[in-house]
Design a protein around this ligand. Structure first.
Ligand code: GAP
Length: 444
């Protein structure tokens, strides 16, 4: 398991997907930077989600600020309830989440870091929100938090959006943005980080209709993953029971992906009832009720939330894409991304650097680039150039060769099958678009 993850982390750095944050200073735990190819992959995932969630009549998008009034987090329950139980070592000062220690360590009070016995404290609640100050004074009156979820920016704007866009119930509000959690144990690459991106949607419904909308959104969200290349066979549901439920949730289901280190949550679908709007009414003293002009009632809606980590989904796409295989006695590493999320869609390669081939290839690049991310490479043996593109998951390589000079056709090589076919240059754009649209994973 560690082996696959180590190889993936190394590929991500070497090929410009993901870098350790502040690496030249030794890195900052739980923070990662997206390089040129990583940022494209992440953007493609976010675009796919945004289109699926907001290109419809009943959902609007917003982009709320990360810093919010501190009372928001009292109302939301995060100041009191967003905690992990944590144990300190009195000897070496290391800190652990209590569920990461074994029974034996807890009984002996033995620190897994320094090995000393009877040095562990009792568990204490540790709040996961990052704190900062707004303005020049660094006292309690200026204290603010970096948001631990994007959802609250939606709740406090519920009536603004409803009024501006003249919606009736049910309707939803979606947003993509950064969230921050001071996780005690960051782990597994992008899986649990301190800074990450969420894609959340809150769907406001009439009280009493939560169950039907909960089922509707569970199905919608489950079906979305195949479109970014994560198949059903790798996905599973996990229903939250009893004290697993977050403080705001009446019911919760996770969609999990089978990572090399085990099943891991990518998305949560939550029935939050009227907890959040009710608490914001209580703490702000302002009505957040929807006025139904037919029944003349003021309604406090219930909420179904879909909450997915963009960074975690990016990690699932990377893990899922990674393949090693043997071709003609050589090892081939290939990232089998769905072309929809692949950072580069096409590479254009002149077979040799003469006979006008680079010029023809450059013209093809200019033509394709108006609609697709294209990479141009004229350096080295063609086989090696194909391998470089396989390793970053570029689904199609277009080669300009001597036949091109005779009949204006090029070779299109497919990443997964490595099959090659000839296509007329003037039909190339439509051909590639068609291939992307109809792509199926190998074996289907
Ligand atoms: N608004 C509800 C909410 O935030 P959550 O289950 O705490 O619910 C939702 O988080 C999603 O955010 C998770 O399914 C996961 O994909 C992502 N996420 C949460 N904590 C994360 C972390 N520390 N690092 C990366 N992604 C995280």
């Amino acid at each position: 398991m560690g082996d696959v993850m180590d190889k993936l982390v190394s590929l991500c750095k070497r090929r410009g997907f993901i870098f350790q944050s502040s690496e030249v200073y030794g890195g900052l735990n739980g923070c990662w930077d997206y390089g040129p190819l990583g940022v494209e992959l992440l953007r493609n995932i976010k675009d796919s989600w945004w289109k699926a969630m907001t290109y419809r009549e009943d959902v609007e998008g917003i982009d709320a600020s990360i810093l919010m009034h501190p009372r928001v987090w009292e109302a939301s329950g995060h100041v009191d309830g967003f905690t992990d139980p944590m144990i300190d070592c009195r000897s070496c000062k290391a800190r652990f989440r209590d569920d990461t220690l074994t029974e034996a360590q807890l009984e002996a009070g033995q620190c897994p870091n320094c090995g000393n016995k009877e040095v562990l404290t009792e568990p204490r609640a540790f709040n996961l929100m990052f704190k900062t100050f707004v303005g020049p004074l660094e006292d309690d009156s200026a204290r603010a938090f970096l948001r631990p979820e994007t959802a609250q920016g939606i709740y406090v704007n519920f009536l603004n959006v409803q009024t501006a866009m003249r919606h009736k119930l049910p309707f939803g509000i979606a947003q993509i943005g950064k969230a921050f959690r001071n996780e005690i144990n960051t782990k597994n690459f992008l899986f649990r980080t301190r800074e990450f991106e969420q894609m959340e949607m809150q769907y406001f419904v009439r009280p009493g209709t939560e169950d039907e909308w909960f089922e509707y959104w569970r199905e919608e969200r489950w079906n979305w993953f195949a479109g970014i290349g994560l198949p059903e066979s790798k996905m599973s549901w996990h229903e939250h029971q009893g004290d697993e439920l977050a403080h705001y949730a009446r019911a919760a289901f996770d969609i999990q992906y089978a990572f090399p280190f085990g099943e891991g949550e990518i998305e949560g679908i939550h029935n939050r009832g009227d907890f959040d709007l009710g608490r914001h009414e209580e703490f702000s003293g302002k009505s957040l009720r929807f006025f139904d002009d037919q029944t003349r009632e003021k309604i406090l809606p219930s909420v179904i939330e879909t909450s997915i980590g963009a960074s975690r989904t990016c990690m699932a796409c990377l893990v899922h894409a990674y393949h090693e295989e043997e071709v003609d006695g050589d090892k081939r590493v290939v990232m089998r991304f769905h072309p929809r999320v692949a950072p580069l869609k096409v590479a254009v390669l002149p077979l040799v650097k003469r006979d006008n081939m680079p010029d023809i290839a450059r013209k093809i690049v200019a033509d394709l680039r108006s609609s697709l991310p294209v990479f141009y490479d004229e350096g080295g043996a063609i086989g090696r150039r194909y391998r470089r593109m396989d390793e970053v998951g570029t689904p199609y390589c277009v080669t300009v060769d001597s036949e091109t000079l005779e009949n204006d056709t090029v070779t299109v090589r497919e990443r997964d099958s490595m099959d090659q076919s000839r296509v007329a240059i003037d039909a190339l754009k439509a051909d590639i678009a068609q291939r992307i649209e109809t792509w199926k994973p190998a074996g289907d």
